[in-house]
Design a protein around this ligand. Structure first.
Ligand SMILES: *Cc1c(COP(=O)(O)O)cnc(C)c1O
Length: 378
């Protein structure tokens, strides 16, 4: 049996090596390192895949979130709502721009921002909501868009973990994650569902004026060469990364299906166990399983379990062990008396198992058998 990794990018590469190598070689042969044709091609192909008018590539997912907030013209002190259970980047860029991150707790089953608590934190200073499509499915975008409309707020979707997931509205219409709010922001970090071989990211929008502004900010606030209309940043997707992504985009649906198949296998093995809660699947979103994240019964010592898994050659991770509101950098933003009880329980009971496109039945069976045996012995 091949050794088990959290994410196995080597095996995935072997299957697309000729195409990827040719794409990289072409960029080098043409010395088209910056703004080469592969960037435009990938941009157009991703627009088509997502059914969105504009994709604006940039250097990474964190930049995408930062540029998105800059593009909306928010002013220092404006409040931006994010979930309390997410990767730091979501709230970090808010604070970096001197905006105020306002956290909202998440649902205990789906881990998504609790829409019923959203309105209670809205103030006259609130300008935007940044929902996170965590672990591979969509937050409740229908309810979020309705609240945003009612209070005249922008919506910036953090879709770094959910590229390819699709949301179904109650009228039956469908839209891809990231194409519903004003701007969607994604990451092409190697381990993401559509990952390159370095850093990369993109913003999506259906608003052409906003797209032009985001493009300009990502390029030193420059509209025409050497004419700078606003303070911007330097955030580009390398041509080599775009060439790789253009190859991998063709396989994205197949990759999502492979992840779902692995998740189905895990679910079948774990769902009947009283001490394990398998990932909740939101009815109006497809799940692309960026992570396969279980909840453990409080009686299980998670660190001991992880150590015993490690002894068996089974890696595991905890996404995320420390919630934003306990991070030193975010302490200045905490309001006294505000608690996030669901996030608090999740950080102590979640565990993520190996999830990637190359997991074999042999590996899945080895993982699940050992996992169950260890849990039963605890
Ligand atoms: C990965 C990730 C990001 C940041 O992406 P980078 O490309 O690493 O900057 C932002 N938000 C979430 C939820 C992520 O998982």
């Amino acid at each position: 049996m091949q050794s088990i990794k959290m994410v196995d990018l080597g095996l995935q590469y072997q299957k697309i090596k000729p195409e990827v190598d040719a794409g990289i070689q072409e960029v080098i042969d043409n010395t088209a390192f910056i703004k080469g044709p592969a960037v435009k091609n990938f941009q157009a192909n991703l627009e088509k895949y997502l059914g969105v008018k504009h994709v604006i590539p940039c250097a990474n997912g964190t930049d995408a979130l930062q540029i998105a907030l800059m593009g909306l013209g928010l002013q220092p002190g404006d409040e931006v709502i994010t979930p309390s259970f997410t990767y730091v980047a979501t709230a970090e860029v808010v604070a970096l721009l001197h905006l105020k991150p306002v956290l909202v707790d998440v649902y205990p089953d789906s881990f998504m921002i609790d829409v019923d608590q959203l309105e209670s934190v809205i103030t006259p200073k609130t300008k935007a909501i940044v929902p996170v499509h965590l672990f591979g499915q969509c937050a409740n975008m229908e309810a979020i868009m309705a609240i945003a409309k009612k209070h005249n707020l922008f919506v910036v979707e953090d879709t770094a973990q959910a590229i390819g997931a699709e949301f179904t509205f109650s009228d039956g219409s469908k839209a891809m994650a990231g194409t519903i709010g004003d701007i969607g922001c994604t990451s092409f970090f190697p381990s993401k569902n559509l990952g390159c071989y370095g850093d990369g990211g993109a913003m999506y929008t259906n608003d052409s004026a906003l797209a032009a502004k985001l493009q300009m900010i990502a390029n030193h606030g420059q509209s025409i060469q050497y004419q700078h209309d606003e303070i911007g940043v330097n955030s580009r997707l390398d041509t080599i990364q775009a060439a790789i992504l253009d190859v991998k985009l063709k396989h994205l649906d197949e990759y999502s299906a492979a992840r779902r198949k692995a998740a189905d296998y895990y679910d079948d093995e774990f769902s009947k166990h009283s001490k394990i809660t398998t990932p909740y699947r939101i009815p109006n979103s497809t799940h692309v399983f960026h992570q396969y994240t279980l909840k453990l019964d409080p009686s299980i010592d998670r660190e001991a379990l992880r150590n015993r898994l490690k002894e068996k050659g089974i890696p595991s991770m905890v996404y995320y062990p420390i919630p934003l509101h306990h991070q030193k950098a975010f302490l200045p933003f905490q309001k006294p008396g505000v608690a996030f009880p669901i996030t608090e329980t999740l950080v102590s009971c979640v565990i993520s198992l190996p999830m990637h496109t190359e997991l074999t039945e042999e590996q899945l069976s080895y993982i699940t058998n050992n996992f169950l045996e260890i849990v039963d012995s605890m």
